[in-house]
Design a binder for this molecule. Structure first.
Ligand code: GN1
Ligand code: MG
Length: 358
């Protein structure tokens, strides 16, 4: 690992890298400064099985972080190093280092002191909404096609349904016959759930730069519990704004678990919904009326998309998501499906909250 570190343009002396157990996708290490008060770093090996276009992904991150840094500089903000990720280039001026074995590594300045949270409370949901709203706003003047899709068609509903159709046709794991109720349920909603793609083609809806993994644990908080920095930028890419909103609600505004075997637990947590929305709307001042109107739709869309993705993986024989037991993907499918139904029921209440907070 010393050899890898040597490739990067670090300006101070550092100690041995220590493994950091966060995230399932990349491997991360803390590289502590030798002397107190100097810069420490975060070294990461990028998972190039999931992210096939590392060059494009790293360019995305560079574009997004420099754009935000510029905004912070213009606003004369303090502590900019803690408010936006800072990539350290290699000594040859590249954004990543590829080893002779083919692994990809990158280096960030470590944001510290900072803390992160795994579970939201209504209070942290509001701050998280503010953080992601600000993030989207800072990037709202960047043309969406300045970035590539680091995972092609990642949040494209039409594409996800196409993948499902292929999985159904192949029925690789022989699991289709028992799932007729799910297939019918998905079919009934296909047209409605591809609305965003149609509006985009008709020129009625634009794409923005999205984070595409809007979980609370991708926000760093300072000592006083204020959000300071958005991390995990691997999936920043063009998309519909309500997609980021919806993904947060899918993961956080659910009283049950993503893979809850007890479907009765699954209900929309309207308190968390309201708190995140309040924070989000404070910052997301660029939203059009249509985009605002479509926020509850975005919640259903992301839960429906996740239903389709889990189900597709189940039909394919569990090749994408790690599973803890053989039926895991079908349990996840049913839990997300129920969440869509609960979000359908709560639609009016969500709209009312948005009206009230606008
Ligand atoms: C994956 O591994 P994690 O939790 O960051 C997936 C998301 C899904 C999520 C479902 C790159 O994210 O899109 O919503 O699982 N990320 C990728 O739990 O596919
Ligand atoms: Mg992630």
């Amino acid at each position: 690992m010393k050899d890898i570190l040597k490739q990067f343009a670090i300006w101070n002396e550092v100690d041995e890298p220590q493994p950091l157990r966060i995230g399932f996708i990349n491997d991360s290490f803390i590289v502590p400064a030798k002397r107190v008060g100097e810069t420490s770093y975060c070294l990461q090996r990028i998972n190039h099985n999931i992210f096939k276009d590392v060059e494009g992904l790293m360019r995305n991150i560079e574009i997004v972080t420099s754009h935000i840094r510029e905004k912070l500089l213009i606003a004369r903000e303090e502590n900019i190093e803690r408010k936006v990720l800072h990539l350290i280039p290699t000594k040859k001026g590249k954004l990543y280092y590829q080893t002779p074995q083919g692994d990809y590594w990158r280096l960030y300045v470590l944001v510290e002191p900072a803390t992160s949270q795994e579970k939201v409370t209504p209070a942290s949901a509001e701050l998280t909404g503010q953080a992601f709203g600000r993030f989207q706003r800072q990037l709202a003047d960047l043309p969406f096609d300045a970035l590539t899709e680091s995972i092609p068609n990642f949040h494209n509903m039409e594409f996800r349904l196409q993948e499902l159709d292929e999985a159904l046709a192949a029925d690789k794991a022989g699991r289709k016959a028992d799932c007729k109720d799910i297939i019918d349920w998905i079919d009934k909603r296909r047209f409605e759930m591809c609305l965003a793609e149609r509006l985009f083609r008709e020129g009625k809806l634009v794409k923005h730069i999205n984070h595409c993994d809007t979980k609370v644990n991708n926000v760093l908080f300072d000592e006083e519990g204020r959000p300071i920095c958005i991390v995990d930028l691997d999936t920043v890419m063009p998309g519909f704004v309500f997609s980021d909103f919806g993904d947060f609600m899918r993961t956080a505004a659910n009283k049950g678990l993503e893979d809850d075997p007890n479907l009765d637990n699954i209900r929309v947590d309207l308190e968390v919904f309201e708190a995140y929305t309040r924070g989000y709307l404070k910052e997301a001042t660029f939203l059009t009326n249509l985009e605002k109107e479509l926020l509850p739709y975005g919640c259903r869309l992301l839960s429906y998309m996740q239903t389709v993705r889990f189900f597709t993986d189940y039909l394919n024989g569990d090749t994408y998501y790690k599973i803890a037991y053989p039926e895991h993907n079908i349990v996840r499918t049913r839990a997300q499906l129920r969440l869509v139904e609960e979000q359908e029921k709560a639609e009016e209440q969500m709209k009312e909250i948005i009206r009230r907070l606008s």
